[in-house]
Write a protein that binds this ligand. Structure first.
Ligand code: GDP
Length: 439
């Protein structure tokens, strides 16, 4: 019997208790109108506190596939906690974090990628992140991986058969065919691996630093971006290292804006405070907006800033387009440029689009599903590709197939760690179904 208060990290309000065994007894026992004699203790008084809904999910039609009883109450934390205490007093125990999802996994209802998607769904900060997690929960990654894995298992089965049953006239695969088949596995795996750049962006978001010398309009731009995108996550109040940060949703991607606001010439020091603060803001940035003031001639500090960001993904933002000066000349630079006015809002949507373009985030809506969003998965796909590459080297080296197989198993194992294990039976079944060996 399990008791769980569904209030993950304060995100939910529903309370429920669940029973993994003897649900009927539990339902009766927990029914407020149950006529059983009540034991003494904190729950012995008869006064009604809340009306609840008790839902019984008969196995296997439940989240975990066990028999499950859920009790939904009205949501006051005090009442919910009281309910949990009552359940605990009657022998329930609190669920471990993630225990229900783990049970669903262990009972075979969902695979590992789906279990991980549940966590992503709970943690999602933007609707788009939630959609991506929901797709994975629906098995999108497994569906993409499964046929790739199947091809690898078939190749393994072929080679195993060649070795195990050589005396039964099973032809050994020619090297070119092995290479072709390895390549048929490697290509889609490599594509999947490339999808991680975008998936990571969706999953983890990105940090965007707004830098520029004082008074070019950084804070105004920051506010404009925050306002037009509405802050989606609690803003970090005050400042971090004198930097103001706020997270907004841009194209469904959480973007943490870091502004060097509040820095004024009055505070100026030897190096130029704009430069010093910009260095700090730059430290963690995935993308940099260098803001220039197009209402006046560019200054040396602008050029110094540009030198500072030379190695970074950068967009030049020519602010104050509403009162552009004929004296203003963009410092010579190959960087993408956008003209905006933080004052009037002109050019802001172009800037948003350019930000997404620079980070490869304009993929949203292209309908690609099953991309990698998770560092663990990405590492495993890379391991698998490495195994295949070693296999290719082995084939070229004309080593015995036993050795090639070792590499192919090294390529299979990481995929198993993503979707769930391939058993020896799976491979044997393939061997026997394909070859009619043993008659
Ligand atoms: P920061 O020091 O770089 O953060 O600059 P601020 O955002 O504080 O802006 C400095 C001054 O420029 C303020 O008086 C703003 O109102 C003004 N400003 C900012 N953006 C624009 C713009 O697009 N057009 C005009 N005309 N003024 C702007």
């Amino acid at each position: 019997m399990l008791g769980e208060l569904i209030e993950p990290c304060g995100r939910g309000r529903l309370a429920r208790e669940e029973a993994a065994s003897d649900p009927e007894a539990l339902a009766t026992e927990k029914n407020p109108r149950a006529s059983r004699p009540r034991p003494h203790g904190p729950h012995s008084h008869e006064q009604r506190i809340d009306e609840v809904v008790v839902t019984y999910f008969a196995k296997p039609h439940s989240y975990t596939t066990d028999d499950v009883v859920e009790i939904s109450a009205h949501g006051s934390p005090v009442v919910l906690r009281h309910l949990v205490e009552l359940a605990l007093a009657r022998g329930a125990r609190l669920a471990e974090p993630g225990e229900f999802t783990m049970r669903a996994f262990l009972n075979g209802r969902i695979d590992l990628t789906q279990a991980e998607a549940v966590r992503d769904l709970i943690e999602s900060q933007t609707l788009y992140q939630a959609k991506v997690a929901a797709q994975q929960l629906d098995g999108s990654l497994s569906r993409r991986l499964q046929p790739i894995k199947q091809k690898l298992v078939e190749l393994i089965a072929l080679l195993e058969a060649g070795i195990d049953f050589a005396e039964d006239d099973v032809s050994v695969l020619p090297a070119e065919q092995i290479l072709d088949q390895i390549s048929a596995v490697r290509t889609p795996l490599q594509q999947l691996s490339s999808s991680f750049a975008y998936g990571k962006l969706v999953h983890e978001g990105l940090t965007l630093a707004i830098v520029g010398r004082p008074n070019v309009g950084k804070s105004s731009l920051f506010n404009r971006l925050v306002e037009s995108d509405r802050a989606i996550v609690t803003a970090t109040p005050g400042t971090t290292r004198d930097l103001v940060t706020e997270t907004v949703a841009l194209g469904g991607i959480p973007v943490k804006l870091v502004d060097t606001a509040g820095i004024r010439r009055a505070l100026d020091e030897a190096e130029g405070i704009g430069i010093r603060k910009s260095r700090e803001a730059l430290a963690d940035a995935d993308l940099v907006l260098v803001v220039l003031d197009s209402s006046e001639p560019a200054e040396d500090e602008d050029n110094r800033l540009l030198a500072l960001v030379a190695q970074r993904t950068t967009i030049l933002v020519e602010n104050k387009a509403d009162k552009i000066s004929s004296q203003f000349q963009v410092p010579s630079s190959q960087l993408p440029r956008v003209q905006v006015s933080a004052l009037t809002g002109e050019g802001i949507s172009e800037l948003r689009a350019e930000i997404l373009r620079q980070v490869g985030g304009e993929l949203e809506g292209k309908g690609e599903t099953g991309f990698l969003t998770n560092t663990r998965h990405e590492g495993l796909v890379r391991d698998s590709v490495a195994g295949l590459d070693a296999g290719v080297v082995a084939v070229y080296g004309k080593v015995p197939h036993e050795m090639v197989l070792l590499d192919l198993y090294n390529a299979l194992r990481p995929l198993d760690e993503i979707t769930g294990a391939t058993t020896n039976d799976d491979i044997l079944n393939l061997i026997f179904s394909r070859f009619c060996i043993g008659k």
